[in-house]
Every structure is written in structure tokens, then in C-alpha cells.
Design a protein around this ligand. Structure first.
Ligand code: HH2
Length: 290
């Protein structure tokens, strides 16, 4: 996928309990209608998820139930948008494999292969893209502060844990050009941790893979802006996404695609004229796929 402009992933949560839109798109027909709007608003990728990691009371969803939620939506999206990349947000290899069979081409693993390293094998065998997100703990507690102890260098810890996850992926045979890294904003991170890793994003970019961030509607934006209702944190989301773009992120997972698309494209029109920013990871030419 070319990274010569910001890549926007539109979120399709087929869940009853996601932190900001749980239940809104739980029926396949509602998820599809929502996805249509995200594509019309400029999404480059649709990220379909069937298991919430919300901070308050997330519970692990059995694979059979997760499959029941995501597969009909992935199949229908593949039929409706034959050329559009679809990612599946899952920590389970069985779900990843079935979603790829149904038409997904990217696996978004918020556990970075910690919870089911088999996802590495699935991606290696299928050639699917793999988003490795930093987190700690289980689905139940990864978005809480249960594991948010980092000492004096949160970014250093995130970099070394992500590097270990990259090593796991590569030893499973995942092609390096298929890997994207994500610092996991709000996952096992207090607001100060999330702000520090975003400010120090170049240290993650230096690992040599494209970087994705997911700041959309998150708690730290509410804490900074005072906007209590998650769905109303649109402007804060665009601001934090643009800041991440300026620090080297190239992919953005958002609920509100149009404002993100417009904000990121306008910011990129300026920032792409800064030579260090226009160059991709390891100084690759803009437009490269790494
Ligand atoms: N954040 C969420 C879920 N998946 N994937 C990546 N790569 N990066 C993220 O930051 C990220 C993610 C949480 O957001 P959401 O899907 O809206 O909430 P929930 O987990 O409650 O469904």
C-alpha cells in the first residue's frame, strides 16, 4: 500500500460493547451501512472488529461468537468493495484465518502476537499484512492501567517490546514489508505515557516499519479537552492525529473518517514539503510500501 499520503483506516466495530460506539453497528446491515459512509468519507481501509478491549469490563469473546460477528460483515464488504483492503481486528489466529478466507487482507493484532503467536503463521502463509500493536496483559485488562508501569522511559519499553514482537513475526516467516507498528495509545498507558510515546514516535519509526496510531475518541483526549462524551472527541482526535503525522505516523485508525481525512490531507500538504517527513521509514522514498 503506498504511503505517499496519510492512510486512514475506518473503524467498523461489530460489537455490543465498544467504548464509544458499542451496539451502534452490531447488526450486519448496520455495520455495512456504516462502512459505506466511511468509504464515501475517504477511508482507505476498513478495520472490522468483533471483540472490544474497552477499559471498563471488557470480556474475552469466544472465537465462535467473534466469527459470527465479523465474518458476514467481511464477506459482504469484500463483495461490495472488491478492491478495498479490509483488516480484521482480532487477537485470535482462528478468527484471523477465517477472516482472510472471507476476504480480509490485513490482521490488526492489538496484542502484537503475545496472546496468539499463531497469527504470525497465518499472516506468513497468506501474505496478509500484520499490524503489531503494543499492549500488555489480556483483552480484559490491556486498556486499563493494570500493567502501566514503565520506569523513566516509556518509549524505550514500548520500542523494546515491539522489537520482540517484530522478531516473533519474522521468525514465523512474515515478510518485513507486511509489518506495521502501533504504539498502542491508551493501552496499558496513562495519559502521560500516551503523550510521551506520541511525542517520541520517531524512536518507533526508527525500527524501520510504517507506524499506525489509534487516538480516536480516546480517554486521553477527553482528559485534555474536557470533552466527556467519547463520540464528541472529534476535533481532539484530528489534532492528536495531525501531531502524530508530524512525528512520523502514516496510518490512522479512526471512527470519524471525514474530519480525519480532511485534517490529515491538509496537514500532509504542508508536512510533505519537509524532506525528513516526506521520507518514509529508514529514509525510503515517499510512495514506498515500507
Ligand atoms: N484501539 C482500539 C481497538 N483496536 N487497533 C490498533 N491497531 N490501534 C489502536 O489504537 C486500537 C486498535 C480501541 O478502540 P475501539 O475499537 O473503538 O474500542 P473497543 O476496543 O472498545 O472496541
Amino acid at each position: 500500500m503506498p504511503l505517499d499520503r496519510p492512510v486512514v483506516l475506518g473503524i467498523v466495530n461489530v460489537t455490543p460493547d465498544s467504548f464509544s460506539d458499542g451496539g451502534d453497528f452490531f447488526l450486519p446491515a448496520d455495520a455495512l451501512a456504516h462502512a459505506e459512509q466511511l468509504v464515501a468519507a475517504g477511508a482507505d481501509v476498513l478495520d472490522v472488529g468483533g471483540e472490544s478491549t474497552r477499559p471498563q469490563g471488557a470480556s474475552a469473546v469466544p472465537a465462535a461468537e467473534e466469527l459470527r460477528r465479523v465474518l458476514p460483515v467481511v464477506r459482504a464488504l469484500r463483495e461490495r468493495f472488491p478492491a478495498l483492503p479490509i483488516s480484521v481486528d482480532t487477537v485470535k489466529a482462528d478468527v484471523a484465518a477465517a477472516a482472510i478466507d472471507a476476504g480480509a487482507s490485513i490482521v490488526n493484532d492489538v496484542s502484537g502476537l503475545r496472546l496468539d503467536p499463531g497469527i504470525g503463521d497465518v499472516c506468513a502463509a497468506s501474505g496478509a499484512g500484520l499490524i503489531l500493536m503494543h499492549s500488555r496483559g489480556t483483552v480484559r485488562d490491556m486498556a486499563t492501567y493494570a500493567h502501566a508501569e514503565y520506569g523513566s522511559d516509556v518509549t524505550g519499553a514500548v520500542v523494546s517490546e515491539l522489537a520482540a514482537q517484530v522478531a516473533t513475526a519474522r521468525s514465523a516467516g512474515v515478510d518485513p514489508s507486511a509489518i506495521v507498528l502501533d504504539p498502542g495509545v491508551g493501552f496499558s498507558k496513562r495519559t502521560e505515557h500516551s503523550l510521551t510515546v506520541l511525542a517520541e514516535l520517531p524512536r518507533i519509526v526508527a525500527l524501520g516499519y510504517p507506524v499506525l496510531v489509534g487516538v480516536s475518541r480516546k480517554r486521553f483526549i477527553g482528559e485534555i479537552t474536557g470533552v466527556r462524551v467519547a463520540a464528541d472527541r472529534v476535533l481532539g482526535t484530528v489534532g492528536a492525529s495531525v501531531a502524530a503525522l508530524a512525528r512520523g505516523a502514516r496510518l490512522f485508525r479512526v471512527h470519524d473518517v471525514r474530519p480525519a481525512r480532511e485534517g490529515l490531507d491538509a496537514a500532509w500538504a504542508v508536512l510533505s514539503r519537509v524532506p525528513e517527513l516526506a521520507a518514509g521509514p529508514r529514509g525510503a522514498a515517499p510512495g514506498g510500501s515500507r
